[in-house]
Structure formats: structure tokens, C-alpha cells
Design a binder for this molecule. Structure first.
Ligand code: PLP
Length: 280
């Protein structure tokens, strides 16, 4: 398969990463996952914008501009002949003798690949179980860093408990999922955690808020508690790969059950139409 290495599309055998790459030593890097629908990308600009913002937050420089990156990612998708799936791109701070101190504004090392990946049709229709547990992550969850140990540990725990995703709370305030954002619906109003340092501001989250507003649904970007989750009418997660997936059961720190409700279904329909219209 073809992969991206800095500004070149090459084969995977040609990519050798140094053992003192800071991504490998420290998780010192950032990434994005961009969806491909019907051989077209969706929300590429928004993802590259966030990629640039994550880079700025940790003081890494893109080695070339966003428009070249966009062209390379489109080439990568075409060379790999992906119909439905994802583009993964990451940038680390590159190679330097291992030491905590980093130099500022060094050029990053970029790698990327594409993968065919079916979107979860059955889960979107029937919903998923989620495992609710403490948010054990750091205080800069707004950065889309490859340093994901807190996320992977809760995901492992959720899977061991036969749940599809982990959702997390800080002292009783819901934050997000291990790789998704969280919404609840109560009396026709949507609630989701505000875009602070405690969550990743998902591109899908932002789309859902926009689509809800355009369709006269009220979205409140305020924190909500375990009690509000338990008493909600509907709950769902959002992400690039999960799109809008309803939650039907919560296990772990509280128990709750939901049906796949009318607002979740309406948003799924708006999202589908949006993809059909905007994928290029
Ligand atoms: N929150 C976290 C922690 C994530 O890792 C992700 C995606 O991987 C999301 C939210 C959803 O973001 P997006 O909708 O941009 O895929």
C-alpha cells in the first residue's frame, strides 16, 4: 500500500522511523483521522485546520503548507483506491537525542496512510453499550495528541466489560468518550460538554451542533452530571468513524438505558444528507 512520508507518497517498506523520534519516545506528536465516503473526503479542511491548531499548541511546525498537504492526502487516497474508509495523518516533533526539553518550532515528521473501513451500520441503527468510568486523562484534552494512554486504558476496560465505548466523567461531570464526543437529549434540548481543555472539540460534534441549529433544535454547550445522564431521554456519541451512534445502555459508575430516539434519528438523517452534499 502507498503511504505518506513528509511530502512524498511512497510504499510502506520505505518508511523507517528512528528510535529517537520524539513521537516514539514521548508520544510527542499530533494526528487526524479524515473520513472517505464513496471515494470522496468529508470535512478535510476542518480536520487540517485542527491539525494546524494542534501543531501550534505544542509548537511544532508543518514542514509545508496546508494546501500541499491536502493535495498529498487526496493523492494518497486515490493511489490506494479507497472507497469508504479513513485517511490517518500524524506529525511528530521528529528526531533528537532523548531529553525532555524540546526545541521550539522544529519541523515535524509527517506520516500517513489510508485504510478501507466500513462505517458501523448496525451500531448506528441499534445503538451500543457504553462503560462509564473516571476520566483519568491530563488537562489538555483539546490537543489531538498521539499520547493516548488514558484513552486506550479506558477503552480496554470498556471492552472487557462488553461495552463498545468508554465514556468518562470528572467528579460526576461527563466529559466525552475514549474516541468520541457525548451528547444527551432532555425535553428536546441537546446537551454536550463545552469545547474547553477537558475535551477534544470533535469535527463531528461541531457538525452535529450546526445541523441541530439549522433544524431548529436547541443545543446547550454546558456540562451535565451523572444524574442528568441517567434522566436523559436520549444519548449518543459522535466521531469521524462512529458518525452519530446511539447509546442504549450505560454500565459502570451508573446504570441507564435509552431507546434510539427521534432526535438522534433525525440528526443521523441530517448528517447523511450533509455528507452527500459536502463530500468532495
Ligand atoms: N474525542 C476524542 C478523545 C477523540 O479521540 C475523538 C476522535 O478520535 C473525538 C472526540 C471525535 O472527534 P472527531 O469528530 O473529530 O472525529
Amino acid at each position: 500500500s502507498f503511504v505518506l512520508l513528509n511530502n512524498q507518497i511512497t510504499t510502506r517498506e520505505n518508511v523507517k522511523i528512528d528510535m529517537e523520534d520524539r513521537g516514539y519516545n514521548f508520544g510527542d506528536g499530533i494526528y487526524e483521522v479524515i473520513p472517505i465516503y464513496d471515494s470522496k473526503t468529508f470535512s478535510m479542511d476542518e480536520h487540517l485546520q485542527r491539525f494546524e491548531e494542534s501543531a501550534a499548541k505544542i509548537e511544532i511546525k508543518l514542514p509545508y503548507d496546508k494546501s500541499l498537504l491536502k493535495r498529498l492526502l487526496n493523492d494518497l487516497k486515490e493511489k490506494n483506491n479507497i472507497t469508504n474508509g479513513i485517511i490517518y495523518i500524524q506529525m511528530t516533533r521528529g528526531v533528537s537525542p532523548r531529553a525532555h526539553l524540546y526545541e521550539r518550532n522544529v519541523e515535524g515528521l509527517i506520516t500517513g496512510f489510508c485504510r478501507e473501513m466500513p462505517f458501523p451500520v448496525e451500531q448506528k441503527h441499534s445503538g451500543i453499550n457504553v462503560f462509564l468510568t473516571a476520566d483519568i486523562r491530563w488537562l489538555r484534552c483539546d490537543i489531538k495528541t498521539i499520547n493516548l494512554l488514558g484513552n486506550t486504558m479506558v477503552k480496554r476496560k470498556a471492552t472487557d466489560e462488553n461495552c463498545h465505548e468508554a465514556i468518562m466523567h470528572r467528579d460526576g461531570t461527563l466529559t466525552e468518550g475514549s474516541s468520541s464526543n457525548l451528547f444527551i437529549v432532555k425535553d428536546k434540548i441537546l446537551y454536550t460538554h463545552p469545547a474547553t481543555n477537558l475535551i477534544l472539540n470533535g469535527i463531528t460534534r461541531q457538525k452535529v451542533i450546526k445541523l441541530a441549529n439549522e433544524n431548529d433544535l436547541t443545543v446547550v454547550e454546558e456540562t451535565f452530571t451523572l444524574k442528568q445522564l441517567r434522566e436523559a431521554d436520549e444519548a449518543f456519541i459522535t466521531s469521524t468513524t462512529q458518525e452519530i451512534t446511539p447509546i442504549t445502555s450505560v454500565f459502570g459508575d451508573i446504570q441507564a438505558n435509552f431507546t434510539v430516539g427521534p432526535i438522534t434519528k433525525a440528526l443521523q438523517q441530517f448528517f447523511k444528507e450533509c455528507v452527500e452534499k459536502e463530500a468532495i
